[in-house]
Design a protein around this ligand. Structure first.
Ligand SMILES: Nc1ncnc2c1ncn2[C@@H]1O[C@H](COP(=O)(O)OP(=O)(O)OP(=O)(O)O)[C@@H](O)[C@H]1O
Ligand SMILES: [Mg+2]
Length: 391
């Protein structure tokens, strides 16, 4: 369909030159016209040029208008294009046959140019409204599917987090106990035992190494606790009240939480003024979004080398605040710019869950903001977050 600001494209099919010229002079000011002199030509041109409306004569050599209309309705590319018959056949059964093969309107000759123009306009407007409603319905269905997947994920996360927490409490408590016992033995008994058993005895090796391993288990437990608590905070999101939030602080906290991923030659440059307007938000949620984006940027940079730059910038524009997170990685394959937001889409195999962006999108939408992705002309990806300023 032509854009709303362009002239509608009408395909007029008639085998009489005089009829065509009468229609063209009545319609050319408001429409751009495609002409076909018989039914076959109408279908061929229709297929090639996808008009906004067909104006069909009925009696034409070869395929008549009824058959052309039937074939239009059977053609996936054309089936929703409005068809108006304009014909000298004025019997009731001709008109009724016209509607039964799928026409939207039926005009008898001789015609009044003003009425033909008005009826064409009505059909084109109806088609635009239908298309708009269909697009809205599709978008709504997509959002519902997305929300449903996120809700399932939230419920799943809450259940899994609870189970993991129970098991983790024991692992964590026992490994801390091991660390304490090892320290006590190392301080009070080790030298005496070494003297008794000899250096290199397996008992001495056990005393020396067991503390290191137990401390590693304690660290790993800490990490799991952090992950589990972020899953829980995700599933409980919405419970805390939004508060006026300084984005510069969220950025600082998020970077601190990402240090493990940023230590190898990744230069993080931050330009988020502390005096930007605050946003009404749950700060942990915004931090979670930033952590996802920063980790993605770091992982993207690591894909093509060990060093790179992540720029995080903030600015005030009209009544909102914009944060951009850009990286010098390989960028997002252009065909994937929509797919990356889907829950469980990942290009990282077992190393990714494919939830980071999907959750981030959910959080920003709940904050009445927008998050978008694009590729930078100089290479790498850029994510833009827009949030209403709380002035
Ligand atoms: N900065 C980026 N540069 C290039 N591709 C990216 C970038 N950020 C995201 N992507 C692409 O989007 C996909 C989805 O990202 P998302 O954060 O949702 O999941 P993930 O990073 O794969 O897994 P997880 O977040 O669970 O570790 C990634 O697998 C990657 O293909
Ligand atoms: Mg990710």
């Amino acid at each position: 369909m032509s854009k709303t600001n362009e002239k509608p494209r009408l395909l007029i099919a008639d085998d009489e030159a005089a009829n065509i010229s009468a229609l063209v002079s009545a319609l050319r000011d408001e429409n751009s016209i495609i002409i076909a002199r018989n039914g076959i030509e109408a279908l061929e041109r229709g297929n090639a040029m996808l008009p906004d409306l067909f104006l069909l004569d009925i009696k034409m050599p070869g395929l008549d208008g009824y058959e052309v209309c039937r074939r239009i309705r059977a053609n996936p590319a054309l089936k929703t294009v409005p068809v108006i018959f304009i014909t000298a056949l004025d019997a009731e059964q001709d008109e009724s046959l016209g509607f039964s093969v799928g026409a939207n309107d039926y005009i008898t000759k001789p015609f009044s140019p003003a009425i033909v123009r008005a009826r064409i306009k009505t059909q084109i407007e109806l088609k635009r409204h239908r298309d708009h409603l269909e697009a809205l319905a599709e978008e709504r269905a997509r959002q519902l599917l997305h929300a449903e997947r996120l809700a399932t994920l939230g419920t799943l996360a809450a259940g899994v987090a609870h189970e993991i927490n129970n098991a983790l409490t024991s692992v964590s408590a026992f490994s801390e106990m091991l660390v304490r016992i090892q320290r006590k033995i190392a301080v009070e008994e080790r030298d005496r035992l070494e003297h008794q058993l000899g250096a290199g005895n397996p008992v001495i090796t056990f005393i020396d190494t067991c503390g290191k391993y137990a401390a590693a288990i304690v660290d790993a437990c800490d990490r799991i606790t952090r992950i589990v608590s972020s899953m829980q905070s995700y599933s409980k999101r919405g419970a805390d009240k939004p508060q006026p939030t300084v984005l510069a602080d969220c950025v600082k906290n998020a970077i601190q939480l990402c240090v493990n991923n940023l230590k190898y030659g990744i230069d993080v440059r931050v330009d988020v003024p502390g005096d930007l307007p605050r946003v009404l938000a749950q700060p942990q949620q915004i931090e979670q979004v930033l952590i996802n984006l920063i980790n993605n940027a770091a992982q993207a940079i690591n894909e093509i080398g060990k060093t790179g730059v992540i720029n995080i910038a903030g600015r005030h524009a009209d009544d909102h605040v914009v944060l951009t997170i850009e990286d010098s990685g390989p960028g997002i394959p252009p065909g994937k710019l929509d797919t990356i937001w889907e829950a469980f889409y990942t290009s990282k195999g077992d190393k990714g869950t494919g939830l980071g962006l999907s959750i981030s999108h959910g959080i920003i939408t709940e904050h009445h903001g927008r998050i978008t992705a694009e590729n930078r002309t100089e290479g790498g990806a850029r994510f833009n977050i827009t949030l209403p300023a709380n002035i």
